[in-house]
Every structure is written in structure tokens, then in C-alpha cells.
Design a protein around this ligand. Sequence first.
Ligand code: UD1
Ligand code: CA
Length: 454
Amino acid sequence: MKDDLTAIILAAGKGTRMKSKRAKVLHRVNGWPILRYVLRATTELALSEFLVVVGDGAQAVRKEFSEWPVEFIEQREQLGTGHAVSQAYGHVSGDFLLIVPGDLPLLTSQVLSRLISHHNEQGADLAVLSMVPAIPAAYGRLKRDASGHPVKIVEERDATDEELDIVEVNSGIYCVRNDEFLWLALRSLDAGNAQGEYYLTDLVEHYHCAGKHVTAIKATDPQQVMGVNSRSELAVADRSMRLRKARELMAGGVTIVDPESTYIELDVVIGSDTVILPGTHLSGGTTVGSNCRLGPETWIDASKVEDDVGIRYSVIESARVRTGTTIGPYSHLRRGADVGPVARIGNFVEVKAARLRRGVKAGHLTYLGDSDVGENVNIGAGTITCNYDGKAKHRTVIKDGAFIGSNTSIVAPVTIGERAIIGAGSTITEDVPSGALALGRARQVNKHKKEEVE
Ligand code: UD1
Ligand code: CA
């Protein structure tokens, strides 16, 4: 049945309760925009078509998700969830519609599959996914008749005291037959309610009264269909998502000392026996090998960290850290840094677009940019590659076994040969042959009082 299902994701709403200039679905939960989780869960199902209704902040939403295999439909005025779905008229090719709100960051594809199977088994015209959360909050209440058939959804603001006592609420996810009846029903919605909007939820009563087959199935885990309407709910979702990811990693053999203060995005992969200390942020599809020790207070984005690596108090961006390397405290590996194996990058060292090979040591106060540093090179404290002449970047090559004395400026483009030694305090502007000692500094003069008088 999945091949004749079209998913419609509703992401046009103003998100008034967020009190934000940004579209609600672009607010971030554990690093990702809310809508990314919804698209991920929905597109994991092999459905025939994915439509996303956008409106508030449409341009930014389209831009953020331009790579996704979805079609965007514009809802120019945000007149309610029913109005949002009606914008898809003429765009739907599937026999059935799966309607999903764009503000459910904890959604999983399993939840959606369950509703689809239920809808299928029941041969229903309209199936609603309901839930029984700990607190019904502002969710629409699902009313059933004496025999348990859904008859109506009442929004909290329109509900009577009696209706507010209903514990089963609407998740906002539905499966419905794509037929003439649906589009006519959507067109006939009226906005005579507390919010003056065309409510999609009114379909339930409409279908029920017309004698259509309406069913509802409860989500087993209400958390997975939690909606985010406010900043407080955003924080709740963020925490849940982080803990969910942490639990998954711990089950795979990763030690997370304090999951509450660890921030790991959903697509990060970590090998077993790695220990993550508090204040660690891992994002952008970073992969980490096994037996590493990361943190405390470390940011790693879009990077590859191999096995047996230790990184403390450092920032790593779009870099590769090879096996057995230690980094930090207070190191910054930037785009294109590729370090190790068994290298040592220490205090206040910045590395950019540089390959530092096996056994390189750069322990203190150093900048290595646009460089290729050979095996077992020792970089003394305060070494700077002067890679930029004000117009262009130039490369520094330091060959295997070279020794760079402290406080050396290496003015690129330049090559330092194998096992060459650079005297401390040098400014190197010319190539240094293999094995040579290069001194590029003023000779020390000791002046005695007597000489000064002469
Ligand atoms: C909606 C349901 C409520 C349900 C809850 C579940 C209605 C009337 N109410 O309430 O029964 O319990 O979801 O989370 O449907 N949107 C548009 N265009 C619009 C309005 C909304 O695309 O004109 C989108 C929003 O971006 C959002 C989704 O539809 O992603 C739901 O809208 P929202 O305003 O959050 O509805 P709720 O009040 O949460
Ligand atoms: Ca909502």
C-alpha cells in the first residue's frame, strides 16, 4: 500500500507561541531543525510522494531542505491545518494521504508505519493516530461514542470542561483516502471556532456524520508524537532527543558519563569503549572510533576521529584525527586538518588545511596552516607558518624527522628538508636542505659597560 501513499507534511504555520521571527520548524532540537526529524522519519518509509506545505518563512524552509526529495507547496495565508492540506489539491497522485504535522521532532518511522498498517487492515476512510500523554496540554481531545468509535476532535480552546477531562488526544497524524469526498470535506470546513481557523480536525466529525469508516489507534509511546509549540516544549524535546541518542549509544557500548550534559546529534556514530565526558558536542555526521576519550568541554563537527584518540577542551571542525593521537587541552583543528596516527597536538595549537603525519608533535602555542608535515617532526613552542601574504595562501612543506626550534616563523612557500634543524627564533624564508642547520636570526651581542664607553 505504501506505493500509493502520498505524505503531506504541514510546515506552514506561524508558530505564534514561539514568539520568533524564524519559522517554527527551523528551530533546533539537538542541533537539527525540527522539520529535519519529521522528513527523516517520513522519507524512511518508501512512499510514492512527499509534499511539504510551507508558508511562514517559506523561503528559508525551502532553502534548508532543498536537497530533500520532496515537493514544496505554498500556503500563502496560514488559515489553519485544514486549509493547509487543501493547498495540496491537484498535487496528490497517491490513493491515500498520510498527513503529518511538521512540528513533531521525536517522530519515528515506526509510529507512522503502525498507523498505515492499521488504516490498511481496517480498510478505513480516515484513521487518526491518537495518544494518551501524561499531561493532555493543548492537544485536541478525541471523543469516542459508547461503542468506541471516534466521533469528533475538539480543540482545547473550544472544549467544554467535560471534554477537557478526556485523556485521549490527537497526535495530528492521519491516514485518509484520496477521493472526491476528502477535497469536498476540506472545502466545506468552517472557521467558526475559538481560533477562527479551518481545522483539519473537523474532518473526523464530518466523516463520522457521513457514515464513513473512521478509526483511531493509540501511539504506544506518546513522547514520539509530542508537538513543539513553545520554547519550553522545544527544551523538553531537545532533552528527550539527546537522551534518546545517548541511550542508543550506551546500548552499543559507549560510556557517557553524564548524558544530561552531553550533546550528540542523531547521525553521529561512535565505536564501543569510547568514553564521552560532560560538555561534549558531537555534530555534523561526525564518526568516532573505539576506545577514545572525548571531553570534557569539546566540540567536534563534521569530522572523522579514529580509534584510541584522546581530545580534551578542544574544537575540531571538518578534520580527521587518526589513531592514537592526542589533542588538547585548548587546540583548534579547522577545515582540512588531518593529524596522526600517534600525533600529539597540545596547548593553544591551531591547525588548518594541514597534514601532520605519524608521530608529529606540536605541543604549544603554534599555528600550522596549509602545510604538509612529515613523520616524527617536532614543532617547537611558538612556531608559526606564515601562509598568507595578503593576497594568496602558500604551502609549507616540512619533511620527515625535521626539528623546528621554538619561536620560528616559516614564511611560505618554503620546504624544510628531512632531519633539518631550525634554530630557535628563526625566520625561515628560503628552502632548507636535508640535514642542514638553519639559523635565521640576528646573532646575540653581549655588550659590556667598558665597550659602551669606548
Ligand atoms: C494540532 C491539532 C491538534 C493536535 C495537535 C498535535 C488542529 C486544529 N489541531 O494543534 O488537534 O492535538 O496538532 O500536535 O489541527 N500548519 C500549517 N498551516 C496552518 C496552520 C498550521 O501548515 O495554517 C502546520 C503547522 O506548521 C504545524 C502543524 O500544521 O506543523 C500543526 O499546527 P499547530 O498550529 O501546531 O497545531 P496545534 O495547535 O498544535
Ligand atoms: Ca503543534
